[in-house]
Design a protein around this ligand. Structure first.
Ligand code: ADP
Length: 486
């Protein structure tokens, strides 16, 4: 009942939008996709399933919008991004409710996501004002030599359901700062926060066809965006398998790409670790977003000297974690995204047990309605097992043991992924040495909370390439041009 009232209230405010935003208009279609609430399996609303013709139109209008946008000043774009930031903060509670409805996460985490997402807009509103151009001293031939940075052109973003708002502002903020129009295809599981975000951008004065939100099943929409030569840049966040497919699909139009893909983060807990810090790192690193995050701790590597102490303390604490409806503030964890995800997680546990792991806690589905999993702890995990090789993407902690620093580094680096890695220990010198040797794009020492608009977020190897946020973020949307005059 509570959910239905929330949906009604959001609809009355015009915040639960069941249309796509294409070529400057809110558009509908007869073909619709139903969007369900993962916490109770009830219908939230519908979105249009757009066809290829509409996406072709979207690209055309993004192209003409681009011609106008590139003429605007840095200050104009900075001001819009700042206003958009204010709008997100002003409407934090309603946006958070939508995220909880569609993604199943707790309201506490949804509010945190709005702050995180808005942070990209304020960051890029400052970055928008910067001048990156520079002069190269003359040589024997040329008197004047300069390097300038220009907007790459029409851009596209394909985004996932786990952070349905932040994974968009991180891309759209940078694109607008750089002077690029953008067509966004949000996940078909979490379209409503994206649509509200777009409305708030328009309310902030963004000219109407700079951003477009195209909704629907991914294949047909993806096909147009990937193959269109007018789309000069694609920024993707999602699974490694899909990322590779999109990269292949973009090869004929030879776009600039950013790929923020899966991870398999190790957390190394050295024998000199503060146990409280180690537990906090496991809880934050694993249970943020119910484990459905690419920077989530996937393998907890514990020194055999403190394994038993840590293990007992961890079970004690995780056992008290409350799981349930995200609107109920006492629940620490909400549901996972959908039935397929829950079934996949149960299979991961079953398979790990078959390969020799032991369930120390949890392991079961919680209710029959909604997709809830008990926070689970597995011991006896070895790095050769599937659970240690693949991204878990759910509330399952797997504990591995190591005997020496050397062994810890070898195990940690023995993965095809390279997004985030973490170290816990009190010896600063050793922490720094270990950080140098870990092959990941981002390393957190004694804290796992890396995400921030000011950092260059991204990975190496199968975790993709390109950096989002930080000083690097805007360059993903800029092209370098060199001009020399004799
Ligand atoms: P998940 O399996 O967890 O949903 P994906 O990587 O498949 O993760 O999805 C991330 C985003 O990629 C979503 O917006 C999804 O719709 C989109 N996507 C998936 N397949 C394709 C495709 N063939 N073309 C374009 N986008 C796709």
């Amino acid at each position: 009942m509570k959910h239905l009232e929330i949906i009604k209230e959001l609809k009355e405010k015009g915040f639960l939008i069941e249309k796509a935003f294409v070529s400057g208009n809110w558009v509908d279609s007869d073909d619709k996709i139903k969007i369900f609430n993962p916490a109770n399996e009830e219908l939230i609303g519908t979105i249009p399933n757009l066809n290829a013709d509409i996406i072709i139109d979207a690209v055309k209008s993004a192209d003409s919008a681009q011609q106008e946008l590139k003429k605007t000043s840095k200050e104009f774009r900075a001001e819009i991004l700042k206003k958009w930031f204010d709008k997100l903060i002003e409407n934090k509670e309603d946006i958070a409710k939508i995220i909880t409805l569609e993604a199943g996460k707790s309201l506490r985490e949804s509010r945190a996501e709005v702050d995180y997402a808005a942070g990209y807009l304020s960051w890029f509103s400052e970055e928008a004002k910067k001048n990156h151009d520079y002069i190269i001293p003359s040589n024997d031939i040329f008197k004047e030599r300069k390097v300038t940075y220009l907007p790459v052109g029409v851009t596209a973003a394909i985004t996932p359901w786990n952070f349905p708002l932040a994974m968009i502002t991180r891309k759209a903020g940078a694109a607008i700062a750089a002077g690029c129009s953008m067509i966004i295809k949000p996940s078909e599981y979490t379209p409503f926060s994206a649509l509200l975000m777009c409305k708030l951008a328009l309310d902030s004065g963004l000219p109407k066809d700079i951003l477009q939100i195209v909704t629907g099943y991914p294949k047909e929409i993806g096909e147009v965006l990937l193959t269109s030569f007018a789309v000069r840049k694609l920024s993707f966040t999602g699974s490694t398998a899909t990322g590779k497919m999109l990269m292949r699909g973009s090869s004929d139009s030879l776009k600039k790409l950013s790929m923020e893909l899966g991870g398999n983060a190790p957390l190394i807990i050295n024998e000199d670790a503060n146990i409280e810090t180690a537990i906090t790192m496991i809880l934050n690193g694993k249970f943020r977003n119910n484990g459905q995050s690419c920077t989530a701790v996937n393998r907890v590597l514990v020194s055999d000297k403190i394994f038993n102490v840590l293990h007992d303390e961890l079970i004690n604490i995780v056992n008290k974690i409350k799981v349930g409806d995200g609107f109920d503030e006492e629940n620490f964890l909400g549901s996972v995204i959908n039935e397929a995800a829950l079934v996949r997680l149960l299979r991961i546990i079953e398979n790990a047990v078959k390969q020799g792991a032991k369930i120390a806690l949890g392991g079961n589905r919680i209710k029959d309605k909604g997709y809830f999993l008990e926070p689970t702890i597995l011991t006896n995990v070895h790095n050769e097992m599937d659970i240690a090789r693949n991204e878990i993407f759910g509330p399952i902690i797997s504990l591995l043991k190591f005997e020496s620093e050397e062994e810890a580094i070898t195990i940690a680096n023995d993965t095809d992924y390279g997004l985030a890695g973490y170290i816990c220990g009190e010896n600063k010198e050793r922490n720094q040495k270990m950080a140098e040797r870990l092959s990941f794009g981002m390393i957190g020492i004694n804290d796992t909370r890396l995400s921030d608009a000011k950092i260059p977020f991204g990975g190496i190897k199968n975790s993709g390439f390109g950096r989002e946020g930080g000083i690097e973020g805007i360059f993903e949307y800029l092209e370098t041009k060199y001009v020399a005059e004799k």
